[in-house]
Design a protein around this ligand. Structure first.
Ligand SMILES: [Zn+2]
Ligand SMILES: [Zn+2]
Length: 233
């Protein structure tokens, strides 16, 4: 009750505007929650934009470890970008709920092309997780587990902090700057054959590919990815 009152006080001091239509009063109005839907994404190679069915194309396959990627929306979509920003950097629980509902509705198009997979988050570094208070990829992996009814495992540990991937290009991924960014969670005795990595945003793909590499070096055969948004920051 107390938190509801303090929320009402906060909302009256800082009025909220709908992410979709900017109407005052709530972050996501009833109209938008029933009518809004992001522009469809193209199902092509996540690295070069060619290929098909969201699989990494034959050319990019030579220099990458990820097998493909399912994407909910373009990061260029201002509504999607703002919802992610409100959740990730401001910790807004309403934004978190909105994102979860999007994923539930978008699930049919996000289904990975494997049958016996487990979900695993692309973890934050422990320092960043402490600073933020939560790990968005961990939450996403739990949501995916729930939506697709598959197990979720913390397979990876991030070994060092990196700068934002925002400005990083395909070249960086090729150069292997992020080699060794992840290590394996040593508490696990055995690794699954198929893993689907979860993260909020995919930009150059360097981080996710580094995670895929680590898993494949430990015997995982196929690695797919699921993200809310793909594009430049
Ligand atoms: Zn609205
Ligand atoms: Zn490609």
């Amino acid at each position: 009750m107390e938190s509801r009152i303090s929320r009402l006080v906060i909302e009256s001091l800082f009025p909220r505007f709908c992410l979709g239509c900017h109407t005052e009063g709530t972050l996501w109005c009833l109209t938008c929650s029933t009518t809004w839907w992001p522009a469809p994404v193209r199902f092509d190679c996540p690295f070069c934009g060619k290929g098909s069915m969201s699989f990494v194309c034959d050319k990019c396959r030579d220099e990458s470890f990820l097998d493909g990627l399912s994407v909910f929306a373009h990061y260029g979509n201002p509504v999607v970008r703002e919802a992610i920003h409100q959740w990730k950097y401001i910790g807004d629980k309403t934004a978190q709920d909105i994102l979860f509902r999007w994923l539930v509705r978008g699930a049919p198009a996000l289904q990975p092309p494997f049958s016996n997979f487990v979900f695993a988050p692309i973890p934050l570094h422990i320092f960043k997780r402490r600073e933020r208070g939560f790990d968005q990829a961990g939450i996403l992996a739990d949501w995916c587990g729930q939506i697709f009814n598959r197990p979720v495992f913390d397979l990876l540990i991030r070994t060092r902090q990196t700068k934002s991937q925002a400005q990083k290009s395909h070249e960086v991924r090729k150069l292997g700057e992020l080699d060794g960014l992840f290590s394996i969670n040593s508490q696990l005795a055995e690794f699954p054959d198929e893993v689907v990595l979860c993260d909020d945003v995919f930009t150059s793909g360097a981080t996710m590919d580094s995670a895929a590499r680590c898993l494949k070096e430990h015997g995982v055969k196929r690695v797919w990815g699921i993200v809310i948004a793909k594009g430049n920051m």
